[in-house]
Structures are given as C-alpha cells and as structure tokens.
Design a protein around this ligand. Structure first.
Ligand code: B1M
Length: 240
C-alpha cells in the first residue's frame, strides 16, 4: 500500500471514529505529499461519513457518534476549504444559501458553499436552522442571483414551501432563482413546492448556478481554472 492509500484509509477510519486530531494530521500530511484536496474529500472523508450514516441506520451508531464523526470531518474541511476555493476570479454572481429552519445539518451545505466560492460566486452563508424571515432579509439586502435552501431531513423539507411563500409575500419571488437540495430531496419534490431548480450534489448545484448567471466568467483565465476544478469534482463524484 502506498502512503497515499494509507492516508486515505486512515482518514476513512479516523473520521468514522471521530478522531479529529488524526484526521487533521493526515489531511495535512496528504496535502504536503501533493495529494489533491478533491481526492481527500471525495475518496476518504465523504465515503466515511456515508458509512457513519449506514451504521446509524442499522442502529450501530447513535447521535453522539454521528456528531463526533462530523466534527472530525469539519476539521479537515477547514484546511481544505481555502485550497478548493482559491482561484482569484472575479465574482460571477451572488448566491444566498442556508439550511432551513429546524435542521442543523451543515456539512453538505458547507460543501456547496466551498464549491460555489471556488467557481467564483460571492456567497452569503446564513448557516443552519435558518428561519424564513432571515432568507427574506438576505434576499432583500444582497439581491442574489440565486437563493439556495438545503434540507437534510424529511421533516424539514416542507420548509422549502414555507420559505417560497415568505419570499412571495415579500414581493421577491420573481426577482431571484430558487434552488433546493439536500439528501432526501428529489426533483419531483422540488417541482412540487415550486422551486426553480434542484441539484443532487454540490458540483451539480455549482454547475447549474453558473448556467443561471449565464457563465459571465467565460472570458477570464481564472474562470477556465474554475471550470476545470468543477469538472474535476464532477468526475471524482461520478467515479464514486
Ligand atoms: Co443526522 N440524519 N440527524 N446528524 N445525519 C441523517 C441526515 C440521516 C439520513 C441518518 C440516517 O438515518 N441514515 C437521518 C435523516 C433521516 C431522514 O430524515 N430521512 C438523520 C437524522 C434522523 C438525524 C436526527 C433526527 C437524529 C436524532 O436526533 N435522533 C438529528 C436531527 C437534528 C436536526 O437537524 N434537527 C440528526 C443530527 C445529526 C448530527 C448533529 C449528529 C450530525 C450533523 C452534523 C453537521 O452537519 N454539522 C448528523 C450527521 C453527520 C448525519 C449523517 C451521518 C451525515 C450527513 C452528511 O453530512 N452527509 C447523515 C447520514 C448520511 O447522509 N449518510 C444523517 C455528507 C454530505 C456531504 O452529504 O448532506 O447529502 P449531504 O450533502 C450533499 C447533497 O445533499 C447536496 O450537496 C451536498 C454535497 O454534495 N446538497 C445540495 C446539500 N445542500 C444542497 C443545496 C442545493 C443543492 C445540493 O441547492 C441549494
């Protein structure tokens, strides 16, 4: 086994067991050896979290285990984030995003933020448990091209409709593109609640956002680098 393979395996195991210092150390070591941040993210950290979910479903893991695994992964994300987002391109558009009210999951939403920033968007991240009023205020203030709602629980998905109604009531519905996503969300559900688009993952959400703003970044060289980065993310995701 090469050192890179050992690092991937170690990251998987230590994330699964919530060993934050080891995850941080292995992430740093992987990067110092020239490993691709996307490789670390999609071939070690995300698969580990998927395994956490499987164990939770089977009843082998409980909420504390999920929480410490998530914290361990967040520690690695802090290191990877600037590397994924660093491109120096001018903003291609504005994007307001948040996890809906009642929902405190944020890893998937944070990945969307990282990739959107990496693609050149100015992102206003409203965090988790975001009430409809906060989305309305942010749309009023920042006038984004897109507002994105993340929901990770079947019980919080109905907040999409509540948020859309709040934007309609504030006279903002037709001024912004509404995107939705999150593990339990489907295209059918997105259509049903009246959203404009749905994306199954962060790279697709980014690609769609670029289409929405008309890819104003085409002319710059920074944009080409960004496009390659997003394509690479897509490729990595599709390979699993
Ligand atoms: Co929770 N949890 N959790 N959890 N948790 C899930 C989501 C669950 C599927 C686990 C399971 O049963 N297998 C289950 C939901 C079941 C359901 O509703 N169908 C669940 C449950 C039940 C719960 C609690 C209710 C448990 C309890 O208390 N009894 C509770 C709810 C708390 C609340 O929110 N009110 C809870 C709590 C937690 C923790 C706090 C412990 C922790 C969250 C920590 C954190 O996020 N900071 C946690 C975790 C870690 C998980 C799992 C294990 C991992 C989630 C994750 O980060 N996935 C999860 C099981 C799983 O998913 N395998 C689970 C990785 C992430 C990269 O994927 O989130 O899908 P994902 O994000 C993707 C896409 O969805 C997409 O892009 C992202 C990146 O590609 N995407 C968008 C996201 N937002 C988008 C927006 C877009 C477009 C695409 O456009 C705007």
């Amino acid at each position: 086994m090469s050192r890179e393979e050992e690092i991937r395996a170690g990251l998987f195991e230590h994330t699964l067991n919530g060993h934050a210092p080891e995850v941080k150390a292995l992430t740093e070591e992987g990067l110092s050896l020239g490993m691709d941040p996307m490789d670390i993210l999609f071939k070690a950290l995300i698969p580990s979290l998927e395994e956490v979910g499987r164990r939770f479903e089977k009843g082998d893991f409980f909420v504390p285990e999920m929480l410490i695994a998530a914290r361990a992964m967040q520690g690695a994300l802090v290191i990877l984030r600037p590397l994924i987002a660093e491109t120096g391109a001018k903003p291609v558009g504005r994007y307001v995003i948040g996890t809906v009210k009642g929902d405190i999951h944020d890893i998937g939403k944070n990945l969307c933020v990282i990739m959107l920033e990496g693609a050149g968007f100015e992102v206003y991240d409203l965090g988790v448990n975001t009430p409809p009023e906060k989305f309305v205020a942010a749309v009023e203030e920042h006038k984004p091209d897109v507002v994105g709602f993340s929901a990770f629980l079947t019980t919080t998905m109905p907040m999409f409709k509540v948020n859309i109604e709040a934007l309609t009531k504030a006279g903002l519905r037709d001024k912004v593109h509404i995107a939705v996503g999150g593990a339990p969300v489907t295209l059918e559900y997105a259509k049903h609640v009246g959203a404009d688009s749905y994306a199954p993952d962060a790279s697709m959400a980014t690609r769609m956002a670029k289409e929405i703003v008309g890819d104003r970044s085409q002319s710059s060289t920074g944009a080409q680098a960004l496009e390659q980065a997003v394509m690479k993310i897509d490729e990595t995701l599709r390979k699993g």
